[in-house]
Ligand binder design. Structure first.
Ligand SMILES: CCCCCCCC/C=C\CCCCCC(=O)SCCNC(=O)CCNC(=O)[C@H](O)C(C)(C)COP(=O)(O)OP(=O)(O)OC[C@H]1O[C@@H](n2cnc3c(N)ncnc32)[C@H](O)[C@@H]1OP(=O)(O)O
Ligand SMILES: Cc1cc2nc3c(=O)[nH]c(=O)nc-3n(C[C@H](O)[C@H](O)[C@H](O)COP(=O)(O)OP(=O)(O)OC[C@H]3O[C@@H](n4cnc5c(N)ncnc54)[C@H](O)[C@@H]3O)c2cc1C
Length: 627
């Protein structure tokens, strides 16, 4: 019934202060206040309706996204929202759009790789959205292998310009978000050619479309690459294709913080690592880790609330059937994901600190932690997106048949999220970077260089020092095993940061105890999943492994009465969750039934096509039956 909280009894079971946990999840009282205010602003505005997305044809869907982005920008300016509040508003609008890449990559690329003069010129235009930018790196033929990119930027000393060109079909830029129909400019990655010499990949600001009539400029061929996975989902984004036919740009539009080209055509490499040209990717990877906890927590919130509402089997003497959340199988699938959502939240907070620390060190020309920052951002982006994508799908399955309905919110959540395993770096390619970092660390053990930070534990690998085995032995041959080692390394970081979080002062009755239980579930479920490795290496005895499994089950029982309160602490509105199964009030069945009749297919009792295609069959059947 309307207005009744069908989960009230569950909420009464909570053994901790939910409001205090909301602050832990939000990161601070201030963050919680801003989230509450902006979330309500979006949820209460019908212009931000999103329950129709999966039913709109693509052109209508895309125009609707442009409308929402323009309206959001209007509200941001009308309300004079800060950058933090504006970012929150785009988050709660919850629709992938060209603005993601404008704010999330185009501007960071100029800030990270542009000189002060270039920043002064381009950032004000971008902040006012007088230009709209994208990040054009990936090509039809190369994405992972950045050094294999083919687009060229040839310096012309006669005109003090670069000539940007797509020499082959495979050099066509392919995938950049916002490129297909909207962006006026791109940070484009191309091979710098001076006097016939190839200096490798660098970033260039290139205007793509007229600011007068939005038509592509001379030499520019640009469009959308077509429909992607799922209805709605990432099809609100215009991922594009772009080709250059000898497009000329001024020399000062090469991003020159990391390296420069003088008027005379002399190439100068600053005394900074060339990998800083990859800096924007490092920035986005650390943001994607924080984002993983948001997506995973949304799916877990839906599946947990529905698991408390859904009853199946177990009725005693005509009494109510058993809540499926009480089945140990449901708990063993759901609670590790609940624990992972919290774990990723905290490792995301730490990674943001690490990234900020590295950026401050770079200011002082201290590059000592850049390799660790690369390994951590690459590895944690890989780990958290893989677990989150698989976790959203598991949450769909945890909801049975109703999880497959669009009104559950889970199919679209999965379709929007799953490319995160690929963009900003294919997850395996990134894990290989971590493996390379680990092997380099091992090779340095015994040379006096003690590992520090997230690899400090490797300093204790005595046996490797004794065997002095050839650490470069068959990297390619052992890469699958090394990827597993890289995953384990990243999981250790997540566990370590969860434990470090628990060592902080955490106010609120019962809050720390709940987080301790979730931390236990996180690492014991990993122990259970990988117990073969621990047993094979004698790190665990069979008895210890059995004890760990017993403790894991005991923790499930400890979390069970708090499950609903733990997902309430995510503080997601029904609008943001956009899920009938995940409604705060648990009023699922009436709302599912109500929603079914709103489907366009039910606008007519007899479906279009009946008279052309069904009735003739039936009549034919009738005729045959009479014979
Ligand atoms: C869901 C949204 C969340 C919020 C985000 C908001 C904004 C985002 C909006 C929307 C989301 C969608 C965005 C998607 C955008 C994209 O996909 S952009 C394109 C992304 N492309 C990639 O990630 C390419 C992946 N490939 C690479 O990074 C590199 O090719 C490579 C690292 C795999 C190899 O590079 P290479 O130059 O060949 O290096 P190596 O020879 O392997 O290594 C040489 C040394 O350099 C070190 N290194 C490599 N990369 C970095 C780095 N980034 N930083 C620092 N150091 C690096 C490497 O460790 C080697 O060091 P050693 O020699 O010491 O071993
Ligand atoms: C939704 C979406 C949005 C995107 N947005 C942007 C954007 O805005 N800007 C942009 O520039 N790009 C963007 N991209 C492109 C994205 O960054 C690339 O697709 C991604 O980096 C993966 O590269 P790839 O496609 O070349 O994969 P590939 O590297 O071709 O991967 C194919 C397979 O090869 C394997 N593989 C590759 N190299 C190795 C190796 N050395 N060892 C072992 N296995 C290997 C991979 O693991 C994978 O299994 C986007 C992509 C998507 C899906």
């Amino acid at each position: 019934m309307e207005g009744v909280d069908h989960l009230a009894d569950e909420r009464k079971k909570a053994e901790f202060n939910v409001e205090a946990m909301k602050i832990v999840w939000a990161g601070s009282q201030h963050n919680l206040e801003v989230s509450n205010r902006i979330s309500k602003l979006v949820a209460d505005d019908p212009a931000f309706r999103k329950d129709d997305r999966t039913m709109l044809p693509r052109k209508e869907l895309f125009k609707n996204t442009l409308r929402k982005a323009a309206y959001a920008w209007k509200r941001i300016n009308e309300l004079r929202l800060s950058e933090e509040e504006a970012s929150k508003l785009r988050f709660y609008v919850d629709e992938t759009a060209y603005t993601d890449l404008h704010w999330g990559m185009f501007i960071p690329a100029i800030k990270g790789q542009g000189t002060d003069e270039q920043q002064r010129k381009w950032l004000p235009l971008a902040y006012k959205m007088q230009i709209i930018g994208c990040y054009a790196q990936t090509e039809l033929g190369h994405g992972s292998n950045v050094q294999g990119l083919e687009t060229t930027a040839t310096f012309d000393p006669h005109t003090d310009e670069f000539v940007i060109h797509s020499p082959t079909l495979t050099s066509s830029k392919w995938w950049p978000g916002g490129l297909g129909k909207v962006s006026t400019h791109a940070v484009t990655y191309a091979r710098l050619i001076i006097d016939g010499k190839d200096h490798g990949v660098h970033g260039f600001i290139v205007q793509l479309r007229s600011l007068e009539d939005h038509r592509p400029l001379p030499g520019i061929t640009v469009g959308d690459i077509g429909m992607k996975f799922g209805n709605g989902a990432y099809n609100t984004m215009d991922n594009g294709v772009l080709r250059f036919d000898h497009v000329r740009i001024p020399r000062n539009q090469m991003l020159m913080k990391v390296s420069q080209v003088t008027r005379e055509g002399k190439y100068k490499q600053s005394d900074v690592p060339r990998q800083l040209v990859y800096g924007t990717m490092v920035y986005v990877r650390q943001r994607i880790v924080a984002d993983a906890s948001c997506y995973l927590s949304r799916a877990v919130c839906i599946a947990t609330r529905y698991s408390a509402v859904r009853r199946q089997f177990g009725s005693q003497n005509g009494g109510p059937e058993t809540q499926v959340i009480d089945y140990k199988t449901q708990q063993s699938r759901l609670f590790p994901l609940l624990a992972s959502a919290y774990a990723f939240r905290f490792v995301g907070e730490w990674l943001e600190w690490l990234y900020t620390d590295v950026m401050q060190r770079l200011q002082a020309n201290d590059f000592s932690t850049l390799p660790e920052a690369h390994a951590c951002t690459a590895g944690l982006k890989s780990l958290t997106t893989s677990v989150t994508a698989d976790g959203i799908e598991e949450c769909r399955k945890l909801c049975g048949g109703h999880g497959y309905l669009c009104t559950s919110g889970l199919p679209e959540l999965f379709a929007v999220y799953v490319p995160a395993c690929t963009y900003e770096g294919d997850n395996i390619v990134l894990l290989l970077q971590v493996a390379r970092f680990l092997m380099k660390t091992v090779s340095q053990i015994g040379t006096g260089k003690q590992p520090v930070g997230t690899i400090a534990y490797m300093g204790r690998i005595e046996h490797l020092m004794q065997c002095r085995c050839n650490v470069q032995r068959g990297f390619a041959e052992l890469s699958a095993d090394l990827v597993e080692a890289a995953v384990a390394h990243c999981q250790l970081i997540v566990v370590s940061k969860f434990i470090e979080k628990l060592q902080q002062d955490i106010p609120g009755e019962g809050v720390k105890q709940q987080l301790e239980a979730l931390c236990g579930i996180y690492y014991l479920s990993l122990l259970h999943k990988h117990q073969g490795d621990f047993l094979a290496t004698s790190y665990l005895t069979p008895k210890q492994s059995a004890l760990a499994n017993d403790q894991l089950r005991a923790l499930y029982s400890k979390v069970r009465p708090n499950a609903i309160a733990l997902v309430d602490a995510f503080n997601y509105s029904d609008h943001f969750l956009s899920s009938i199964l995940g409604r705060y009030d648990g009023n699922v069945y009436p709302k599912l039934y109500e929603a079914a009749w709103k489907d366009p297919l039910n606008e007519s009792v007899v479906p279009d096509g009946y008279h052309e295609y069904v009735r003739p069959l039936l009549k034919q059947q009738l005729h045959t039956a009479r014979l």
